[in-house]
Design a protein. Structure first.
Length: 249
């Protein structure tokens, strides 16, 4: 059941089901920035990762986070290493953790981890969420509340519907080796579908790399662009809407 650690068989099944779906869905640093990042001592000494059967996915909320020890702390620290240290995004952080105004009790954090190490993850927030002046990222960008995302990011009015969930802060840890990245990417996408369904949603909206159209050539993907292509800090992106029901059977 989502909200608890996934069993090996469930993770393996969803990994297989999501194979070849969204393989590029992760933040990618500009080439020059990637060249300037040196491997950390931890990366150099890191043992080979185990097969998919040892990878777990946990959906955390304010209500259940106490069940998972330091997992949320480690998850937010992994986000900082990705978005601030590697991609150099200007985001709030403290004690080595990245966070923003959307990390509220209304959101869910999904961590993909192995033997206590966070390999990647993402955040989900209902499009009906509201906290002060903020709702969810794409809608707030359209309303002119965010400087980092263009106001014309969407072709449509930002949806406010129970069935639509926004995905954001999707990442894969930099020290996941190239031989494991597609595996982790596919586990992430399988869990995005499962967790969206668990939250009562049928569709996912979010910003993805503009290469998302390649996915249509790999699989019968029920997804549509809902915004123009734009660039943030050298990363070309576009808003898209995905049907979570398509991949859940």
């Amino acid at each position: 059941m989502v909200g608890q650690d996934m069993t090996n068989s469930v993770v393996a099944e969803r990994y297989s089901r999501s194979l070849k779906v969204f393989p590029e869905l992760e933040p990618v640093a500009p080439l020059q920035a990637r060249r300037n990042v040196s491997a950390s001592p931890k990366s150099a000494k890191r043992p080979a990762l185990a097969p998919v059967g040892h990878v777990k996915s946990t959906m955390m909320s304010f209500g259940n986070v106490g069940l998972y020890g330091d997992l949320l702390v480690n998850f937010l620290r992994a986000r900082k290493r990705t978005f601030i240290d590697r991609l150099h995004w200007d985001l709030p952080n403290t004690e080595g953790m990245e966070f923003d105004q959307y990390d509220t009790p209304q959101c869910r954090w999904v961590a993909v981890h192995e033997y206590g190490e966070v390999l990647g993850g993402f955040r989900l927030i209902p499009t009906m969420a509201q906290c002060g002046i903020y709702s969810y990222m794409l809608r707030d960008a359209q309303r002119g509340l965010l400087d980092s995302i263009p106001q014309d990011v969407l072709f449509i009015d930002a949806p406010v519907e129970r069935r639509i969930i926004e995905a954001s802060r999707l990442f894969i840890a930099e020290d996941v080796p190239a031989s494991r990245r597609m595996q982790v990417q596919n586990v992430i996408m399988g869990q995005m579908v499962a967790c969206t369904r668990e939250m009562g949603g049928s569709h996912v909206i979010g910003i993805v790399p503009q290469v998302w159209s390649r996915w249509l050539r790999r699989m019968d993907l029920d997804a549509v662009p809902v915004g123009r292509k734009f660039s943030i800090d050298g990363v070309s992106s576009q808003a898209a809407l995905f049907n979570a029901l398509k991949f859940s059977n």
